[in-house]
Design a protein around this ligand. Structure first.
Ligand SMILES: Nc1ncnc2c1ncn2[C@@H]1O[C@H](COP(=O)(O)OP(=O)(O)OP(=O)(O)O)[C@@H](O)[C@H]1O
Length: 380
C-alpha cells in the first residue's frame, strides 16, 4: 500500500485494527417463489484489504449476495459479519459500506464536489474539514480540477470517478461495486477497471465487485468467486481459477475451450471413436467407466500445416477449418474432424509474421499435450 501524504489519514484508518474482513456463512436467500434459492448456502471469507470479484452469468445470484452484504436484503438463513461484527439486522446506512452501482445515482444538478460531500453531511462530518476531505478524494480519482463542474456537464467516465469518490470519501470498511462499468464502452471500461484497481490498492479498502465480465474479474481481482444457480462453484485466485478450474461450469465460463465427451478409462479417457486420449488428468471423484467431458483451452491447441510440426504434442489429429475469426492480435479457428463428430475445435493462433494462414475448408493438423485436456464430470 502506498501512503501518499494527502492520503495518510485515510490509510491510517484503513490499516488500524483487523476489522475490515468480511465473513459469509451458509447464507441463503429464498424468495419463496417455488424455484430454487437465489443464493444457496454461500460461505466465504474475505481478507482485509483484498479485492474480491463475484463472477457469474445472469441470474446466478451475484446481486442478491451483494445486496445481503450491503443490508438491502435480509438472508433467509446464515450469518454475515463485517469487521468482526454481525450485521444481518443492520440497515445499509448503519454499515460502514460504500457502494457504486451501474446506475450511479449522482445528483445531476449538483457539482462534483457537492456530490462527494453529500455522504459526509449525512454522517455529520466536521463541516470545517469537509472541503479538504472532498478535495483529497477528487484528487484521488483525478478530478481535482473538476470539483466545481455540475455532474451533467461531465463525461460518463468522469461521472464514474465522482461516484467512486463519493463511495469512498467517508472511509468505509468495505466497498461494494455492482457492475458499475457495465454501461461503458469497452475502452473506457478497461481504463476504469485499472482505475478501480489503482484506487483500491492506494487506499487498501476491502472491496467486493460483481460482474459477468470474465476479463474484468481476471484483471482486477485478488480473489474470484464463480457462481451459478445460486451456488458458489469455486473460490480461487485468478490464475488458479483459470488454470485449474474445479468443474465443467468454471472451465466453460472462463476462457474459450473445446469439449470432448468420452468415458473415463485407466490412464485417460476413451473418446467417442474408442481411441484412448492417454494421460489426461481426470477430476477428483470420477471413476473408470463413468462418462466425462474433456475440456481444453483454445490457446493450448497447436495448429500446423504438417503433422511434423506438432511432434511435441501427445495427441495429433487432422481437421478441416470451419471458420476463422479475426480478433486483431490473434485468430480464432474453428475446426472439425470426422473422427470426433460433433466436436468443434477452438484454436487460438497468434503469428506476428503472417495472418490468414489457413482458409475455410483447408485440411490442417492440430495437436495438444495430454496434461492440457482435463476431464470433468459431465453436467447432469
Ligand atoms: N426480489 C426478488 N424476488 C424474487 N426473485 C428474485 C428477486 N431478486 C432476484 N430474484 C431472482 O433471484 C435469482 C438471482 O438473481 P440476481 O439478480 O441475484 O442474479 P445476478 O447474478 O445478479 O444476475 P444479473 O447479472 O442479471 O444481474 C434470479 O432467478 C432472480 O430472478
Amino acid at each position: 500500500m502506498r501512503a501518499s501524504p494527502i492520503l495518510s489519514e485515510v490509510t491510517k484508518t484503513a490499516v488500524a485494527g483487523q476489522s475490515h474482513a468480511v465473513r459469509v456463512r451458509d447464507v441463503t436467500m429464498d424468495f419463496g417463489s417455488g424455484s430454487s434459492p437465489a443464493v444457496d448456502r454461500a460461505s466465504f471469507d474475505l481478507e482485509k484489504g483484498k479485492f474480491l470479484t463475484i463472477l457469474g452469468p445472469s441470474g446466478s445470484g451475484k446481486t442478491t449476495l451483494l445486496r445481503m452484504i450491503a443490508g438491502f436484503q435480509r438472508p433467509t438463513r446464515g450469518d454475515i459479519t463485517i469487521g468482526g461484527k454481525p450485521v444481518d439486522a443492520a440497515p445499509p446506512h448503519r454499515r460502514s459500506v460504500g457502494m457504486v452501482f451501474q446506475k450511479l445515482a449522482l445528483f445531476p444538478h449538483m457539482t462534483a464536489a457537492e456530490n462527494v460531500a453529500f455522504p459526509l453531511k449525512m454522517r455529520r462530518f466536521n463541516p470545517a474539514k469537509t472541503p479538504a476531505r472532498v478535495r483529497e478524494f477528487l484528487d484521488l480519482v483525478k478530478l481535482g480540477d473538476f470539483g466545481g463542474r455540475r455532474v451533467n456537464e461531465l463525461s460518463g467516465g468522469q461521472q464514474q470517478r465522482v461516484a467512486i469518490a463519493r463511495a469512498l470519501v467517508f472511509e468505509p470498511e468495505l466497498l461494494l461495486l455492482d457492475e458499475p462499468l457495465a454501461a461503458l464502452d469497452r475502452k473506457l471500461r478497461e481504463e476504469m477497471q485499472l482505475e478501480f484497481r489503482r484506487i483500491q490498492r492506494e487506499l487498501g479498502v476491502t472491496t467486493i465487485n460483481v460482474t459477468h465480465d470474465q476479463r474484468e474479474a481476471l484483471v482486477v481481482s485478488d480473489d474470484i468467486i464463480v457462481m451459478d444457480g445460486g451456488i458458489i462453484q469455486q473460490h480461487a485466485k485468478p490464475v488458479e481459477m483459470y488454470r485449474a478450474p474445479e468443474n465443467l461450469f468454471v472451465s466453460s465460463f472462463l476462457g474459450v475451450s473445446t469439449f470432448i465427451d468420452g468415458q473415463v478409462a485407466e490412464g485417460g479417457m476413451h473418446a467417442a471413436d474408442g481411441s484412448l486420449l492417454r494421460g489426461t488428468p481426470v477430476s477428483v471423484g470420477l471413476q473408470t467407466g463413468q462418462r466425462g467431458r474433456g475440456a481444453i483451452r483454445a490457446e493450448q491447441i497447436r495448429i500446423d500445416q504438417d503433422q511434423g510440426g506438432l511432434s511435441h504434442c501427445d495427441t495429433v489429429l487432422q481437421v478441416a477449418i470451419k471458420d476463422v475469426i479475426f480478433e486483431g492480435e490473434r485468430l480464432l479457428y474453428t475446426a472439425a474432424s470426422p473422427i470426433l463428430p460433433g466436436v468443434d475445435f477452438q484454436i487460438y493462433h497468434h503469428d506476428p509474421e503472417a495472418f490468414d494462414l489457413y482458409e475455410v475448408g483447408q485440411q490442417v493438423w492440430i495437436g495438444w499435450k495430454a496434461g492440457d485436456l482435463k476431464v470433468f464430470k459431465a453436467a447432469d
